[in-house]
Each structure stands twice: as C-alpha cells, then as structure tokens.
Design a protein around this ligand. Sequence first.
Ligand SMILES: O=C(NCCNC(=O)c1cc(-c2ccc(F)cc2)cc(O)c1O)c1cc(O)ncn1
Ligand SMILES: [Mg+2]
Length: 214
Amino acid sequence: TRSTRPQRLLGAVQKSATRGDPCSVVNAIDQFCRHTEWAMNVGDEKGCILDSVVSEVNPATVLELGTYCGYSTVRIARLLPPHAKLITLEFNPDFAAIARQVIAWAGMEEKVHLVEGASGEWIPKIKEQFGVKALDLVFLDHWKDQYLPDTKLIEECGLLRKGSVLLADNVIFPGAPQYLEYVRSSQQYESQYFKSHLEYTKVEDGLEKSVFLG
Ligand SMILES: O=C(NCCNC(=O)c1cc(-c2ccc(F)cc2)cc(O)c1O)c1cc(O)ncn1
Ligand SMILES: [Mg+2]
C-alpha cells in the first residue's frame, strides 16, 4: 500500500541528513517540504522565530503540544543545554512512531520524552511523572481548538511560574481565535505577535508569544 506523508518525510531524513546532526535533520525536512511535498511542520521561517524565543528563555523544561514528525522537537532540543528536558505530547500514534525515529536520527533522544496520548489526559500527570516543578516554555502546535482548553488546564495544574512563556503556532492560519482573544485580554499574560507565513508558503501566519505574569 502507498506510504504515508510522515513515512516519506522520514525517508528524506534518512537519505539526506547525517545521523547525530540535528541541524542536518531540520534542513533535510525543510528541503523536502519546500521542494517535494508540503507538510505541517513549523518550518524554516517561523522556525527562526522559535529559535530566538528558545534561546532567549534558555529553558530547563519545555512542553510541546503536537509533535507531528518531530521537526520542532529537534529544532528546540538542539538549542537546549545538556540536562534540560523537552516533553512532547502526540495523540496520533502514526505521527508518534515517525517522530521517535526522526528524533533518534538527530541524536536528541536524551533530551526528549515523547508521550503518546491526549494532552487533556497527560497535562495533569506531568508534575509527578517527570518531576517537573514548572514549565519554562510551552510550544503549542496541536489541534488549534485545543490551545485554549489546554492553556487553562496548564494554569489549573500549577505548571506555570512568573515568566513562563507560551509560544503558539498558527494563530492566524489555520487560526486559534479563542486562544488569541484569551491571552491578549488576560491580565495574567503579556502577549506579542510575531508576523510570519504559513510554513513553505506565502500565506500569512504567525506565532503568539505570551509571558505568564503570575
Ligand atoms: O495534532 C494533530 N494534528 C496536527 C495539529 N497541527 C495542525 O493541524 C496544523 C495544520 C496546518 C495546516 C495549514 C494549512 C492547511 F491547508 C492544512 C493544515 C499547519 C500547521 O502548522 C499545523 O500545526 C492531531 C492530528 C490527529 O489526527 N490526531 C490528533 N492530533
Ligand atoms: Mg503548526
């Protein structure tokens, strides 16, 4: 039977990237998605904004919602110090299976915990399961209508501290209007929009960075 898009993306990584070199994995995926087959990775343009936020926050603990094929997982993990932890949640088992192999090819397994399951079920378990006191950075890139309920759940679980940063992909396209309204009107957040484009296209999209004020 025909291969899936994630399987073809993994093939491109195994063909063109160097084992243990996360930058070559990121570049191989961007090349593939720009010149062969589009896929819903955050991409190179928004990826540079992601890089600058990760470098600025220099997080010890990161939560990523929505792993997909692991592109942003590798992109973030490559910038983390040796003992930092990136927990990434993926609901779709087929996506998770590919992401594990992409993360392994990049040599990032030590820094990454990939959890297969629903964010709503797993967010309340993060503290006990991973010995996490607080999240320094959350990257939201899963189902767009889940951004707001999961943000409220993260707050309720006491996972944020003064200065924790939420960074949300696709706030324009496909769009997360309820989430945007919430973080931009809440007294508990200082929000900033980074205008960009939908990965590998000319369509407008952007990232919203929201600092939790406590
Ligand atoms: O999280 C799951 N999907 C990816 C969420 N991400 C997106 O949906 C997403 C979509 C787009 C996008 C943009 C334009 C277009 F024409 C089509 C899609 C771009 C992005 O940058 C995304 O991040 C998921 C799946 C599933 O089957 N079960 C549980 N979870
Ligand atoms: Mg996205």
